[in-house]
Design a protein around this ligand. Structure first.
Ligand code: GLN
Length: 469
């Protein structure tokens, strides 16, 4: 299936060779030969899984979608990769992404663009677009993605999938190639809430090699997912949901000049319908206003680019991947040539923005101010979540847009992240579940409902999502 669909989708930067697949499968084979039960092989035994290419895989290329890491084969597996392999998963390949996770359409990959399986003329979303396209097209059963400002949730919404962005610290980041470390998380893309819950159970938990990983206990995420036929008629009775007013009002409440264009009416209708469906299932639903909602986006782009400018300083031609211009130009010349040729235009734009925001004289006006805004955005969300069990909102202002439509206009691409970045600023978990379609493409275009939960409330979100599904 991977082979048959790659020419039209381009989901993978690297497809595991027969040798790589057989080596991984051999461990399972040995296990079975020893007469062990299938269940004892682990919850992911034999499950073909995709891994976003900014997550390190031992011996398999890991480029983060950048030319500067072309040919890099990490000497170790990221903790999440080790965990899924230990659970029996087979890594079928490394999925395409926007270079270093910087983008919302996967068009910023230095290698090629990935198509949306629902309509090949459209983007799969980003930056985990390869993971989303691969799962949506059944090239693998589930995939790992990363989410710094929406990169799991946006592609899940655009490709009609379940996407889970965990609480910051729930999943180890060891082996995730850093973009903005205070916002980066690893999570999953899957075809059902149950699959997402199983994957989450495998990848969650403390890792002593990641000092930001939490030691709080990992619940059994599948435990709350009762079989569907055993549901009472009001399975969500007693659950209080808040729908974020600023996201469903066609621009109202959104600061002029910050959020341009508002939200597509088809998307708003799909979210409102989802809200009504949740009410039918027994939940109460009220509007909740988050006055700082629109401030998250500009704060995010100051902070994410600042952290990126620092994180990406390591690509100097000395330690990893590409080295150019080293012979006659001296050390500085080598740095310059390597970065000039190895980094793409969006990455350079962000390094420049971030360096500017952090520079003496501007630091207080931009970086510090953005940190203060981050606190306000977080406080607003946490306050709302002290009243509501979960918050509802769209995942993106539109369904999947056309390839090439926004690529020449970085700001319009950034605006598409307005529904997702606040969650990362606050470190909270969020789940996306498909909730309908809007017209477009041969069979409509999917819309994803986003549910934001309390810190470490992934289990609750999965339960709501499963009942809704
Ligand atoms: N689109 C956002 C950005 O470009 C988020 C990316 C991500 O979550 N990795 O920064």
């Amino acid at each position: 299936r991977v082979g048959a669909l790659e020419p039209s989708l381009h989901s993978f930067l690297h497809v595991a060779s027969d040798d790589e697949m057989l080596t991984q499968a051999a461990a399972l084979d040995r296990h079975l030969a020893e007469g062990k039960e299938l269940a004892a092989l682990g919850p992911l035994a034999g499950v073909p899984t995709g891994v976003k290419d900014n997550i390190c895989t031992k011996g398999m290329p890991t480029t983060a979608g950048s030319k500067i890491l072309e040919g890099y084969r990490p000497p170790y597996d990221a903790s999440v990769v080790k965990r899924i392999k230990d659970a029996g998963a087979l890594v079928v390949g490394k999925t395409n992404l926007d270079e270093f996770g910087m983008g919302s359409s996967t068009e910023n990959s230095a290698y090629f663009r990935t198509a949306n399986p629902w309509d090949l003329s459209r983007v799969p979303g980003g930056s985990s677009g390869g993971s989303a396209a691969a799962v949506a097209a059944n090239q693998c059963v589930a995939a790992l993605g990363s989410d710094t400002g929406g990169s799991i949730r946006l592609p899940a919404s655009f490709c009609g999938l379940v996407g889970l962005k965990p609480t910051y610290g729930r999943v180890s980041r060891l082996g995730l190639i850093g973009y903005a470390s205070s916002l980066d998380t690893i999570g999953v893309l899957a075809q059902s809430v149950e699959d997402a819950a199983i994957m989450m159970g495998v990848i969650s938990g403390q890792d002593i090699c990641d000092s930001t990983s939490s030691h709080s206990e990992v619940p059994d995420y599948t435990a709350g997912l009762e079989p569907l036929d055993s549901f009472s008629s009001k399975p969500l009775k007693g659950v209080r949901l808040g729908i974020i007013k600023e996201t469903i009002g066609e621009g109202d409440g959104l600061e002029e000049g910050v959020i341009r264009g508002g939200v597509d009416s088809g998307v708003i209708n799909a979210i409102k319908d989802a809200g009504r469906h949740l009410e039918e299932l027994g939940a109460t639903l009220d509007e909740v206003s988050l006055p700082t909602f629109a401030l998250g986006l500009p704060a995010y782009y100051v902070l994410a680019t600042s952290e990126a400018s620092s994180n990406l300083a390591r690509y100097d031609g000395v330690r990893y991947g590409l080295r150019e211009g080293g012979e006659d130009n001296g050390l500085a010349g080598m740095y310059k040539e390597t970065r000039r040729r190895g980094l793409g235009p969006e990455v350079k734009r962000r390094i420049l923005m971030g360096t500017y925001a952090l520079s003496a004289g501007y630091y207080d006006a931009y970086y510090k101010k953005a940190q203060q805004v981050r606190t306000l955005v977080q406080q607003d969300l946490v306050r709302a979540l002290s009243i509501f069990d979960a918050l509802l909102l769209p995942t993106a202002p539109t369904a999947a847009f056309r390839l090439g439509e926004k690529i020449t206009e970085p700001l319009s691409m950034y605006v598409g992240d307005m529904m997702t970045v606040n969650v990362n600023l606050a470190g909270l978990p969020a789940l996306v579940v498909p909730c309908g379609t809007v017209p477009g493409g041969p069979k409509g275009l999917p819309v994803g409902l986003q549910l934001i939960g309390r810190a470490f409330g992934e289990g609750q979100l999965l339960r709501y999502g499963h009942i809704f599904e």
